[in-house]
Design a protein around this ligand. Structure first.
Ligand SMILES: [Zn+2]
Length: 334
């Protein structure tokens, strides 16, 4: 299932070969996926505008993730815009501005989209839109309807201390390509990495490998690592994107916090251990008590929104135990 997206690349170099840390995104194998070089370059001018053709979808989609890769002159201001053709009304939405990533989600599916880029540069430097990628999925009306509801606020009896988390500086993260989009954490989605497996994990280098894959691979091209948190087999927690901004791990992404447990938890592969589980439940307890997220209602496995098996039966079947542990940790204020 979805294993297309998980093939990884090997780089051969002189005499030895090294694997760029096995690359998985646990992103959905999207039903629509393109990477386009729009061939837009502004140089020697202070203003430029470029509109792409209309891209028609061969199927209607209710979720689209658009990522833009550009090289900006130091003082240039670039705005990206996207608009969508509502399949039911036959009308286009207005152009909506975004920076590095746009997360479109609507109960009514769309059947086409179009992008526009506007560059202002007083210094008349060189700005190039190198590539944009679009990934699309259809979650269907029932799921989209459920996700459009704001969950009832949960109040913990006590705030759980924030567990120790390796900062982005700590694992030498690359900076994001653009400004993040803020969101309110409301739901938590658990993933496994599938690949790398536990045996392939080599600490911070593995996290950098996942980030490189998410940012550079033409199937993703995101502005940063997709997840908000990752947990290694020894229980180390890494910070991905800040949890207060939209990630790229499970459409529609907005208001969803993504936690990836490194390893393959499909049957007959890796097993979870006490260190992973204690880090996970501490992280969940802190998130739930800080952001008022009800463990009994708003914890999900990626598979709840996807045809993938993620986070594997072994983790998925234990989610109820984690929910109970969190409630035990933080209680509920009635
Ligand atoms: Zn996943």
């Amino acid at each position: 299932m979805g294993k297309w997206s998980r093939f990884f690349f090997l780089i051969l170099s002189v005499g030895l070969f090294m694997a760029i840390s096995p690359l998985e995104a646990t992103e959905d194998s999207s039903s629509y996926q393109v990477a386009v070089n729009p061939d837009f370059l502004l140089e020697g001018q202070s203003y430029g505008q470029f509109e792409t053709p209309v891209y028609n979808l061969d199927q209607e989609l209710d979720n689209l993730l658009i990522s833009v890769d550009m090289i900006k002159a130091p003082n240039s201001l670039v705005r990206s815009y996207a608009r969508f053709l509502n399949q039911k009304t036959g009308r286009w939405t207005r152009y909506q501005a975004f920076d590095g990533e746009f997360h479109f989600a609507d109960i009514t599916p769309v059947s086409a989209y179009q992008l526009m880029f506007v560059v202002r540069d007083p210094d008349k430097g060189k700005t190039e839109i190198r590539r944009f990628t679009v990934q699309g999925t259809k979650l269907g009306e029932a799921i989209m309807e459920a996700l459009s509801q704001k969950p009832a606020q949960f109040n913990a009896a006590r705030v759980w201390p924030k567990p120790s988390i390796v900062s982005r500086e700590g694992w030498k993260a690359r900076p994001p390509k653009a400004e993040y989009t803020p969101h309110q954490p409301q739901r938590i989605v658990i993933h496994h990495s599938w690949s790398p497996t536990q045996a392939q994990y080599t600490g911070a280098a593995t996290i950098r490998g996942i980030q490189n894959y998410h940012m550079d691979d033409p199937s993703t091209g995101w502005m940063d690592i997709g997840y908000h948190f990752l947990i290694g087999p020894e229980g180390i927690i890494y910070q991905g994107r800040p949890e207060t901004v939209v990630g790229a791990h499970c459409p529609p992404n907005t208001n969803m916090v993504g936690i990836c447990i490194i390893g393959n938890y499909d049957p007959n592969a890796d097993n979870v251990n006490a260190k992973i589980e204690s880090s996970l439940t501490n992280l969940l307890s802190w998130l739930s008590s800080t952001y008022h997220i009800d463990p009994r209602v708003n914890y999900f496995g990626h598979r709840n929104f996807s045809t993938k098996t993620c986070p594997g039966d072994i983790v998925y079947n234990r989610l109820p135990l984690y929910e109970e542990q969190v409630i035990k940790n933080i209680g509920e204020l009635k």
